[in-house]
Design a protein around this ligand. Structure first.
Ligand code: ARG
Length: 286
């Protein structure tokens, strides 16, 4: 699709620059102000497995730049485009925070970054998935489980999913949100995403799933990348996608694009590194 890919690339670069230059810790934002691309604040503790990936500057200050999710006690799932060119030494991982400036959550250092070898540097080509192995396990937080193969019926087009993150609250936004926000987004049929007036060939159903209202208004945005797309709640909560890209944010006819975690190549990469959960999650209460 003419004009699409360059704009995505430009957006990614812009997001990376802007978010890394502005420490979120200094940006609480007025309470009750209009936030998001259609989201609302999340109750503390609702998504304890949510991860803020932060760049550590020379002064030791840390700035949020991408989301992620705890999928095992030493593994963080995120997007490949978040980690390209990053080294473990330049990063820290905060697990279980809600308001970033509050300084809560468990801080860990990456031991190792694993980017899907099929990722070629362009999220619109697919394979936008990566894992971070932590130098020490996270304690007392139940990881989120990628949706099970036998649960395919739980993420059909038309079903409502939830995207969560600290990303900017409008397409023109420059500052990460201090509060964790969530937006409800309907899962789109693949044919709606590959339509010529949507993403055309830049949407690859083998590696991607689309979610967002056709009329726009609710979406992930810059800084949400790497974070989870979720279905269900309590013991049935599952991750079905990873925030990857979009044309702008919340625009009509251009729902958000997520790495397809439920099946296919993206899932195979995750399964090749992360051990399956030991239990079925029944100890977690709704
Ligand atoms: N690539 C963006 C990031 O790095 C996320 C874009 C998601 N955009 C969207 N419209 N759903 O944070």
């Amino acid at each position: 699709m003419i004009g699409f890919r360059p704009r995505v690339a430009a957006s990614l670069v812009l997001a990376a620059l802007v978010l890394s230059l502005r420490p979120v810790l200094a940006s609480p934002g007025p309470a009750g102000s209009a936030r998001v691309v259609g989201g609302r604040p999340v109750t503390a503790g609702r998504y304890p497995f949510l991860v803020s990936l932060q760049r550590v500057g020379a002064t030791g200050a840390a700035a949020h730049f991408c989301g992620g999710s705890l999928v095992a006690n030493v593994w963080i799932l995120t997007a490949a485009h978040c980690l390209q060119g990053q080294t473990p030494a330049g990063l820290r991982v905060v697990v279980g925070a809600t308001r970033l400036s509050a300084g809560d959550g468990q801080v860990r250092r990456p031991a190792e970054i694993r980017i899907d070898p099929a990722y070629d540097g362009d999220a619109a080509h697919g394979a936008d998935v990566a894992l971070i192995r932590l130098s020490a396990p996270v304690e007392g937080i139940t990881p989120v489980e990628p949706v099970r193969p036998e649960e395919r019926a739980r993420w059909e087009p038309g079903d409502t999913a939830t995207v969560v993150g600290w990303g900017v609250t409008s397409e023109a936004g420059t500052m990460a949100s201090d509060d964790l926000l969530a937006a409800r987004v309907p899962i789109q049929p693949d044919v709606a995403m590959t339509a010529a007036d949507a993403y055309g060939d830049s949407f690859r159903p083998s590696d991607m799933v689309g979610a967002g209202p056709v009329e726009g208004g609710s979406d992930a945005c810059f800084g949400d990348s790497g974070g989870p797309l979720l279905v269900g709640r309590g013991s049935t909560l599952r991750q079905i996608g990873i925030v990857s890209f979009g044309l702008g944010c919340g625009r009509p006819g251009h729902p958000g694009v997520y790495s397809r975690l439920g099946e296919g190549r993206v899932r195979a990469f995750v399964d090749s590194l992360v051990p399956a959960p030991a239990s079925t999650g029944v100890e977690r209460r709704p």
